[in-house]
Ligand binder design. Structure first.
Ligand code: NAD
Length: 507
């Protein structure tokens, strides 16, 4: 993207109190300076969005559906530019930017297809047939606050912003300082598709300052980020009795079953663990493998990792890109050296790649990580895979479940047995013979975590309904009037009993 286009996108942000430099992680070079808004500016943005929201709600569901389908085509027509921006701001490889972009665009067509069906007024079964009728409306909550992290700046924007808009809400989105351009460009395309400018506002700045002001002034918060921040958001939102959804961290296990082919299992582990350099909430971080194939699996893993191209490229010639920046590099190297110091065996990687770029890190495999190592339980959020042999499948399942997190899990092996094991895993998704893509790519399937991995779900009809309030309309005066005096009940009792009885027959 040219410098002029970047300047023009950034001009949509108000002048803040200060700026922060945004660095291209793949090169270490500054791309631009980003405005840092004050709490008052965020509150003002929410107030303007609130004034505008009734106008958006009045456009009606069918019109908003049309705008989403229109946006779908425009996004597809701009997919190369979207990938350029995702790469520029995150440092990920073209292949991973592609995976993110196509997945994100699917949100526009999915909500463009289902929102009328999901949100239109529906008739429900009345309390007592013939006496009353009932209808249910799903009405927009008002202003939805969306907080987005840096690792999937396009997908995590569209998967939350589009359903919120479809439901008739105005959106104020707080993007991560590292990835504002991607969201600003997506918004620019939404305006090109016919969405009013006032429907979607983007705010930038310090997480706590902007985040707190947002949570304190909107009507619903959809947060994606770490469990630590999610907890703060939940407490703040609860204090105002507003609704929220939280998409948080994970420590995602993979279980290899007896009968799996070690080479295939290693392929699935590699794509599951190292996508976006492991900076993916659903990435696999630990693998439990039968002792009988432990060595062969490690050999296969090493061979496949050796063949990976790690580097910077704007085409499909590299497999893995950079980490997101200095902080991520420090965190990942810190976890790996701590594990090795605690006795874990380093099988592959374990070092930065400064000749490739300032924040590149080699795909890493650790074997037999002791419980004393920090990464044994904590999320690394980087290209680091811990392998552990097991003798008994029940033990492996217990170990997979022994985590504060419950986001994603994977099982490799015969599908029948894998499906039985899947029903014993306490995670929001389980992928069989895949790391995460089989479930993650399904827009119709709810996505989210159990335990400390989240609250609520995105995607699916529920991903839309969370941005609505429910209003029930009860209408009296059917064929027969509701009783008002005690004697009326006496007269109507046989008929009412009959009706209640009939409800069991016809339910
Ligand atoms: P983070 O919690 O530090 O930041 C996420 C966002 O929250 C950023 O935009 C940040 O500026 C903002 N923020 C910071 N303080 C805030 C506050 N007090 N109130 C409101 N917003 C605030 O997370 P991160 O380290 O940038 O992202 C990585 C984490 O996100 C990992 O744990 C990863 O697993 C998780 N994640 C989860 C999903 C999912 O769908 N479950 C998806 C992507 C990332």
């Amino acid at each position: 993207m040219s410098e002029t286009s970047i300047v023009s996108l950034l001009s949509h942000l108000p002048q803040g109190q200060s700026t922060v430099p945004v660095i291209n992680p793949a090169t270490g070079k500054k791309i631009y300076d980003l405005q840092q808004l004050s709490a008052e500016q965020v509150i003002d943005a929410v107030s303007k969005a609130r004034d505008y929201q009734p106008i958006l709600a009045k456009t009606g569901l069918p019109q908003r559906q049309r705008l989403l389908l229109n946006l779908h085509d425009i996004l597809l027509g701009s997919d190369e530019r979207l990938m350029d921006l995702v790469q520029l701001e995150t440092g990920k490889s073209r292949a991973h930017a592609f995976e993110e972009t196509v997945g994100a665009i699917a949100a526009a067509s999915y909500y463009g297809k289902i929102s009328v069906k999901t949100l239109a007024r529906r008739r429900t079964r009345a309390g007592v047939p013939l006496l009353t009728k009932t209808y249910v409306d799903q009405v927009p909550v008002g202003v939805v606050g969306i907080v987005t992290p840096w690792n999937y700046p396009l997908a995590l924007t569209l998967l939350d912003v589009l359903p919120a808009l479809a439901a008739g809400n105005a959106v104020v989105q707080k993007v991560d300082n590292q990835t504002a351009l991607t969201a600003l460009f997506a918004r620019h395309l939404a305006i090109e598709a016919g969405w009013p400018e006032e429907a979607w506002t983007i705010v930038t700045g310090d997480g706590e300052t902007v985040g707190n002001a947002l949570v304190d002034s909107v009507d619903y918060v959809a947060f994606t980020g770490s469990t630590a921040t999610g907890l703060k958001v939940a407490q703040r939102a609860s204090a105002r009795l507003i609704g929220y959804s939280l998409e948080l961290g994970g420590k995602n296990p993979m279980i290899v079953l007896e009968g799996a082919k070690p080479k295939r299992a290693a392929e699935i582990a590699v794509s599951g663990a190292f996508s976006s350099a492991g900076q993916l909430c659903v990435a696999i971080e630990r693998v439990y493998v039968p002792r009988s194939m432990h060595q062969e699996f490690l050999t296969e893993l090493t061979k496949q990792i050796d063949a990976l191209e790690v580097g910077r490229s704007d085409d499909f010639s590299t497999d893995i890109g950079s980490l997101g920046g200095y902080v991520q590099l420090q965190r990942v190297s810190g976890y790996v050296s701590d594990a090795v110091a605690n006795g874990a065996e380093l099988v592959a990687g374990g070092h930065a790649l400064p000749n490739t770029g300032p924040y590149f890190y080699a795909p890493t495999v650790l074997n037999n990580v002791p419980a004393s190592a920090k990464l044994y339980r904590r999320e690394v959020f980087g290209p680091v895979l811990a392998v552990e042999p097991y003798d008994d499948l029940d033990d492996a399942i217990d170990q997979a479940n022994d985590s504060q997190y419950g986001l994603n899990a994977a099982i490799v092996g015969p599908v029948k047995l894998a499906t039985r094991v899947a029903s014993r895993l306490n995670t929001g998704s389980v992928n069989i013979n895949e790391g995460f893509r089989a479930s993650f790519a399904s827009m119709e399937s709810p996505m989210g975590g159990m335990k400390a991995s989240g609250h609520g779900r995105r995607n699916g009809p529920g991903g839309l309904l969370r941005f609505t309030e429910t209003r029930v309309i009860g209408v009296a005066g059917g064929l027969i009037r509701l009783p008002s005096r005690a004697r009326d009940y006496e007269k109507m009792a046989p008929l009412m009993r009959l009706m209640v009885k009939s409800m069991k027959l016809f339910s």
